[in-house]
Design a protein around this ligand. Structure first.
Ligand SMILES: [Zn+2]
Ligand SMILES: [Zn+2]
Length: 253
């Protein structure tokens, strides 16, 4: 029993996240904590940074464009946590078009781009999804491809991950998508192994829709540790890694 306990502790100690860069607030209307409550949770957990990434305008119940435009009123730090003004933009066609224009995206500090079946209605196929993600990689305003491990939106992992490495686009390992089965663990393992092979960086996120889920990412960390994924390729595994990425992307530290 003792050895099992010790082993588990070691696993937890191997890697951790210092920032949660995909989270939602009440502004998304199907999330349940305010920005202040989310920042408080991040502060309590000792995070360095938190990105608030409410759903883009095409999602049911999402805020209007003015909500994102006005995010400049947020302080840079709340309770000692660097708060990034972000969005989870919806990919709305298979050319990689997003539901937020470049002007708005440039005004924000953190952009996750995700496919959701509610906001893109055509039937996907592997070629279409591959093309979509390649275009998203080429969009300099996008930081992260969100939760891409579902079977429904299967794509040519190797092609896209190579492009991610070239363009410094982060691939997200989304813990709640693994937990609720939206992203298949087998797919996430394949994606992570290819990221390791091609030196593409990943970001581990909670996709929290409530404050108690901030930085709640055990599924993602367990998976990465299981395949001995190098922590240097996890952009939010240390403040040092994250600051390096912020510098590259000219995001204020
Ligand atoms: Zn949501
Ligand atoms: Zn999403």
């Amino acid at each position: 029993m003792i050895s099992v306990k010790r082993k588990l502790k070691q696993i937890g100690d191997l890697m951790n996240i210092v920032a949660d860069l995909h989270t939602h607030t009440v502004a998304s209307t199907h999330a349940y904590s305010t920005l202040t409550e989310m920042a408080q949770a991040a502060s309590k957990k000792g995070l360095y940074a938190l990105a608030v990434t409410d759903h883009g305008m095409m999602m049911v119940g999402a805020p209007d464009e003015i909500y994102f435009k006005n995010l400049h009123v947020l302080p840079k730090e709340m309770m000692g946590v660097r708060v990034l003004r972000g969005i989870e933009a919806n990919i709305i066609d298979y050319n990689g078009k997003l539901d937020a224009n470049d002007r708005l995206l440039k005004h924000l500090e953190w952009v996750v781009a995700s496919l959701h079946s509610i906001t893109i209605l055509d039937k996907p196929d592997v070629e279409k999804c591959t093309q979509t993600y390649l275009s998203v990689c080429d969009n300099p305003n996008v930081n992260v491809i969100g939760h891409s491990g579902s079977d429904y939106y299967a794509y040519d992992y190797e092609k896209v991950i190579k492009r991610c490495a070239e363009t410094s686009t982060l691939i997200e390992i989304n813990s709640s998508a693994i937990r609720n089965g939206r992203s298949k663990i087998e797919n996430c393992i394949k994606i992570a192994r290819l990221c390791k092979k091609h030196n593409a960086r990943v970001v581990v996120d909670s996709d929290a829709h409530i404050n108690s889920d901030v930085a709640n990412v055990p599924e993602a960390l367990r998976m990465l540790e299981g395949i001995k994924f190098p922590s240097e390729l996890v952009v939010n595994s240390s403040v040092e890694n994250l600051k390096e990425y912020f510098k590259e992307k000219k995001i204020l530290i």
